[in-house]
Design a protein around this ligand. Structure first.
Ligand SMILES: Nc1ncnc2c1ncn2[C@@H]1O[C@H](COP(=O)(O)OP(=O)(O)OP(=O)(O)O)[C@@H](O)[C@H]1O
Length: 644
């Protein structure tokens, strides 16, 4: 499985520090606590460095002069210093724990919010496990970095500087001996950082891939079991975890190498200082107390030096996590309404090339009851020149719509290549076409799940790009072939499609329309939780709830992608009857595969080779269009069941 990598062009060249600086806006609100905690840690660490000085005083003073009271006083000082150091480190932890948990929660919320606003095309490109791992593992790494390495790189740095000054002040010769390994240690750290960065990035991406496999096999457990694919899934998982294990071992080897250098060289230097110091004490050039203090200081600096390796490793992992976090956060969210119109909606063509010959095209010019189903939408408008005109641009109109998936292979033809279609106000249009002809794609353009590549789509004459997302989604409701339900109650799932103030009455009406009354018989009625993705319901039940969600807001425009595909014959007939009522009040585009669904609509459009090849009634197209007749052939006998 390919690993989802950075797509931002500047990411690879950015240093770890510059990358980590991007966290500042999130850290800023808690900066005082963080700085306060760092200050407390510096004081605690430097208190530790006072201990060798007390030792020096103890050895050269009370011990040399055999003064028991002085020794007891020295021991008390040491005890108090140790206690103070421990308390201050405890205080530091208390200071950062709560605010940093808050930073992590805020960053996670921001990521989630941003993910909701990213276009569908982004989600098509990214494996869900990669997004999941960014919201979990990566953010945890960042919190750990802010809590620990960020503070301790500073604290240990200050402690090292203070410690070195103390050592040089005590005896500069010994000081230089101990400082000897500084250059090779720094060089090792630089080389380590580069190598570890690459390994850390790889490991975190591989965790994302692993998460994807786990997520897919949990969600697709029925397919996995049904096709006996558990072994191959387990194999795929095993291979990925083996690869991840390899990367983690590489990280461990790098850590071991830097640890080896960082621990060994200073230890050798301390050993050398001990020898040189002992000789100088023997020669009377140095007091025993100074040597004890010097060596104690050198040993007190062991932890700050030894910890550099894993602090750098954790910082590098945090830099990688930041990079991965911002790869998502930097992705452009979907644009809302456009400022300027692409074209004046008033200039929409008056004559519709597909309007056909009026009543002869099978569309009722007037209803049998004498009223117009188009209601107010068909009222004549007054043109600028004073003459009345019919609202020819009303309803849903596709004008020269071209569409190419952003991630389609270069050079591949567009899925839609000049679609012209007009669905009149109040009319329902079935969309028929061969598998893969682009029906779902065309329906996805109406709620702007994808943006048209060229051409435009208008709702009652207004380019959909000029409507805000909120306006657009208030006008257009959709039900997809794969009905996704959320882990929430039936009522919450259905009312998701309704205005905020919608209540029980709307819910019951929608359930009745979608023939989803089974919901009332569930254990807690419409308050029943339908579980992860509604898996506890049958396919047909889920489809009916999705349909209820689409109609609950009484949308002006309804887009249905094969809404009856999972229903049995009897339920389908019942839903069809109910849908007819809904369709009578809306302008609808319905993807249909079967004549029974096609017959719900006033007219049918045939999508072929990226264009609308024919428009007419089901019977007209059956007679006049060979491709349509062929597409419907399989189900032609089902026609009488649903005949209107
Ligand atoms: N996210 C995507 N990225 C790239 N290509 C895509 C994407 N989704 C669909 N396609 C391609 O677009 C074409 C049209 O797909 P679409 O799902 O719209 O067809 P359809 O007519 O609805 O098919 P069906 O009747 O089988 O549901 C197909 O060739 C498909 O492979």
């Amino acid at each position: 499985m390919p690993t989802t990598r950075a797509t931002t062009p500047d990411a690879p060249g950015r240093s770890a520090v510059r990358t980590l600086l991007r966290l500042w806006p999130y850290v800023r609100p808690v900066r005082l606590r963080l700085f306060g905690a760092a200050l407390v840690a510096i004081v605690a660490s430097c208190a530790g460095l006072v201990i060798p000085l007390v030792l020096k005083w103890l050895v050269d003073g009370p011990i040399a002069h055999r003064d028991p009271a002085g020794v007891r006083l020295g021991a008390l000082y040491l005890l108090l210093l140790g206690l103070g150091e421990a308390l201050l480190f405890g205080l530091r932890r208390w200071l950062v724990a709560r605010p940093l948990a808050g930073v992590e929660a805020k960053m996670r919320a921001a990521l989630y919010r941003h993910l909701q606003r990213l276009p569908v095309a982004f989600h098509d490109r990214w494996a869900s496990g990669q997004l999941l791992s960014r919201g979990t593992t990566d953010l945890m790494l960042l919190r750990m970095f802010l809590a620990f390495p960020l503070t301790f790189l500073l604290v240990n740095g200050v402690t090292l500087v203070v410690g070195v000054i103390i050592m040089l002040a005590q005896d500069w010769v010994l000081g230089l001996v101990v400082l000897g390994p500084a250059v090779p240690v720094v060089v090792t750290c630089v080389v380590f950082e580069k190598r570890y960065a690459a390994a850390a990035r790889l490991a975190q991406d591989q965790i994302g891939d692993l998460t994807t496999v786990v997520e897919e096999s949990v969600l697709g457990i029925r397919v996995v079991k049904g096709f006996g694919r558990h072994r191959s899934q387990a194999r795929a998982f095993r291979e990925l975890s083996r690869t991840l294990r390899g990367t983690e071992l590489r990280k461990a080897r790098l850590l071991a190498a830097i640890w080896g250098v960082i621990v060994t060289l200073p230890e050798v230097a301390v050993g050398a200082a001990l020898v040189v110091g002992a000789v100088r004490v023997a020669d009377g050039e140095l007091s025993a107390g100074t040597l004890v203090a010097f060596l104690s200081t050198a040993l007190a600096l062991r932890w700050p030096v030894d910890s550099i390796g894993f602090l750098l490793a954790m910082s590098q992992e945090a830099a990688t996590a930041t990079e991965r976090y911002f790869e998502v956060m930097d992705a452009e969210p979907e644009a809302d309404a456009e400022e300027a119109p692409k074209a004046d909606p008033g200039e929409a063509p008056e004559a519709d090339p597909q309007e056909g010959p009026g009543p002869a095209d099978g569309r009722p010019a007037a209803r049998a009851d004498g009223g117009s189903r188009f209601g107010a939408d068909r009222r004549p408008r007054v043109k600028a020149d004073g003459g009345p005109r019919f609202e020819a641009d009303g309803g849903l109109r596709f004008e020269g719509v071209r569409f190419r998936y952003p991630d389609a292979p270069p050079g591949s033809p567009p899925v839609l290549d000049g679609v012209d279609l007009h669905i009149r106000p109040g009319e329902s249009m079935a969309l028929v076409g061969a598998t893969g002809s682009g029906k779902t794609t065309l329906t996805a353009l109406v709620p702007r799940l994808y943006e048209v590549t060229a051409g435009r789509i208008t709702l009652d004459g207004v380019d959909i790009r000029r409507l805000s997302r909120r306006e657009l989604r208030a006008r257009v409701a959709v039900a997809f072939e794969e009905p996704t339900l959320f882990s929430a109650s039936v009522a919450d799932n259905v009312l998701m499609g309704a205005p905020e103030d919608a209540g029980e009455a709307e819910l019951h009406r929608a359930l009745a329309v979608a023939q989803a009354d089974f919901a009332h018989a569930l254990p807690q009625g419409t308050d029943t939780q339908v579980g992860e993705q509604g898996l506890s319901l049958s396919g047909g039940q889920r489809q009916r709830l999705a349909l209820a969600r689409a109609v609950v807001g009484r949308p002006r425009f309804l887009v249905l992608d094969d809404p009856l595909s999972a229903l049995d014959v009897h339920t389908e007939a019942a839903v069809e009857a109910a849908l007819r009522q809904v369709l009578a009040g809306t302008t609808a585009l319905i993807v249909a595969h079967r004549p029974s669904t096609v017959l719900l609509a006033d007219r049918v459009a045939l999508l072929s080779r990226g264009r609308i090849a024919a428009v007419g009634t089901h019977h007209e197209l059956l007679r006049s269009n060979a491709e349509y007749a062929h597409l419907m052939a399989g189900d032609a006998r089902a026609e009488p069941k649903a005949a209107r």
